[in-house]
Design a protein. Structure first.
Length: 475
């Protein structure tokens, strides 16, 4: 008779434990990333009674708690406005590291960036992954967004879509300004001065890198070194070679044949027996001698010369940056055309491939865990990767509180992979995985546990009454 009493008591204890599990599930119905639990029961070793026919009769001794399992089924997803709120669509856990270096695993992806630039969870544990802009981009470590910058890129190509009015009077100038960048990311103004020539469809152009600050000077494309030309004519005993250049009264002359000057020989540029002719070089208002670029347009306004893309070169930048060499795209498919129609000179488009350095402005996370940075210079760059972990036996993980799980011998060693590979789920950005606790199912479990508790209590009370009757037999 005492066996039934202890069986009833075991039922009371087991149902109380079940209510503890149910209550914890209901309490965490709104906990992000929470994984509900279920209780499993097992019977207690039965008592064997030998029957008269040689058979064996067994009577149970009650119930015990066989285990409490974690249910790792996915919860529903909630959309948020925070790009660092992440959820996992499929298998896997986020990895986080505490201040002591311990690694934990979680499905709660409510992350943020702390004041040191690290991606952290609500417990201030650092999210683990790869820093793609670091020297070792494959190392799994704390994801850091601190001091992430977009490096500058020097301008190497430019394309200018413009029309040069064919009816422009000779000598008139049309100016186009384009922004370009050097290797340090400093912005410069590239000025192109188109001058109409007397010949039909003919234009010349002067390319100038405009001085960016005080104490700097303009840099002219195709400029000559002052050592390559003379600035004064020597009339007596000066040896001049063919193709020598001489700047005389604002005009650049070329020597047509070698000679040695003598007094009264009239061989100077304006003399009656001059050995000089006006060259193709020009002298600008700053005294710089340069070779202008030549452009020719056909009768239909299309560009015929140059037939190849010129390179604009500017050396000796005052800020110490490398020389700027820009390929001016004039030919080929997809190039913005330079035309010579008889309509107003106008700039239609300006394209160049350089940019300055940039600070991180915002981020997004792709489904394969790549953290993409958007920078103030308009560039986007992959700056990090969130890594996931899985286990051969997730049921063996130990609950650590705060939505964290710890690795155990039963769970096996964590297997790390990128999202979407090796059986891992994919990342959903701007999303949180909610609790997978089913309130309706928990209420049903509560009703059945309550009924079982009442029945176990009835067993105890009935056994007590029977024992009381037994005690009254002697009276």
């Amino acid at each position: 008779m005492s066996s039934s009493l202890y069986s009833g008591i075991s039922g009371l204890n087991a149902m109380q434990t079940q209510l503890d599990v149910i209550g914890n599930n209901i309490a965490n119905a709104n906990t992000v990333g929470y994984k509900s639990s279920r209780i499993l029961f097992s019977d207690i070793l039965s008592q064997s009674l030998t029957g008269g026919g040689g058979g064996t009769m067994q009577v149970g001794r009650g119930v015990s708690v066989g285990g409490v399992d974690t249910l790792f089924s996915a919860g529903s997803f909630e959309t948020t406005s925070n790009a660092t709120d992440l959820s996992i669509d499929g298998e896997g856990f986020f990895m986080v590291r505490d201040a002591e270096g311990g690694i934990y695993y979680t499905r709660a992806g409510a992350f943020s960036v702390d004041n040191e630039g690290y991606l952290v969870d609500v417990n201030n544990h650092k999210v683990q992954g790869c820093n793609l802009m670091a020297a070792d981009s494959d190392a799994v470590t704390d994801i850091s967004l601190k001091d992430v910058q977009s490096a500058p890129k020097a301008t190497t190509e430019t394309s200018i879509g413009a029309n040069l009015d064919a009816s422009t009077p000779p000598g008139d100038v049309f100016t186009v300004a384009q922004e370009v960048y050097d290797t340090l990311g400093t912005s410069h103004t590239l000025r192109l001065e188109f001058e109409k020539q007397a010949a039909a469809g003919g234009w010349s152009a002067r390319a100038v890198l405009v001085a960016a600050g005080a104490g700097e000077t303009d840099i002219v494309h195709n400029a000559l070194d002052p050592a390559d030309y003379e600035t004064a004519y020597v009339a007596d005993g000066e040896a001049y070679a063919e193709d020598d250049l001489l700047v005389h009264e604002g005009v650049v002359y070329r020597c047509t044949s070698a000679y040695t000057s003598a007094t009264g020989d009239d061989c100077e540029p304006e003399g009656s027996a001059s050995n000089w002719e006006v060259s193709d070089y020009r002298l600008d208002e700053d005294g710089v001698v340069y070779m202008p670029m030549s452009f020719e347009f056909a009768a239909d306004g299309s560009l015929t010369s140059p037939s190849t893309d010129p390179t604009l070169s500017f050396a000796g930048l005052a800020n110490g940056a490398e020389d700027i060499d820009v390929n001016w795209k004039l030919t080929g498919s997809g190039v913005e055309p330079l035309t010579g129609y008889a309509s107003t000179s106008v700039v239609k488009s300006l394209i160049q491939d350089g940019y300055s350095s940039g600070e991180l402005r915002s981020i997004s996370v792709t489904e394969d865990g790549i953290i993409t940075g958007f920078f103030t210079n308009g560039q986007t760059t992959s700056i990090g990767e969130v890594m996931l972990a899985t286990f051969s036996n997730p049921l063996g993980l130990q609950r650590m509180g705060a939505n964290l799980f710890g690795e155990t011998l039963m769970s096996g060693v964590a297997i790390q992979n990128s999202p979407g590979t090796g059986g891992m789920g994919t990342i959903i950005s701007n999303s949180l995985e909610l609790s997978n606790a089913d309130i309706a199912q928990e209420f049903i479990n509560m009703i059945t546990a309550q009924r079982a508790y009442q029945a176990s209590a009835k067993v105890v009370s009935t056994t007590d009454q029977m024992m009381s009757e037994l005690m009254n037999v002697k009276r």
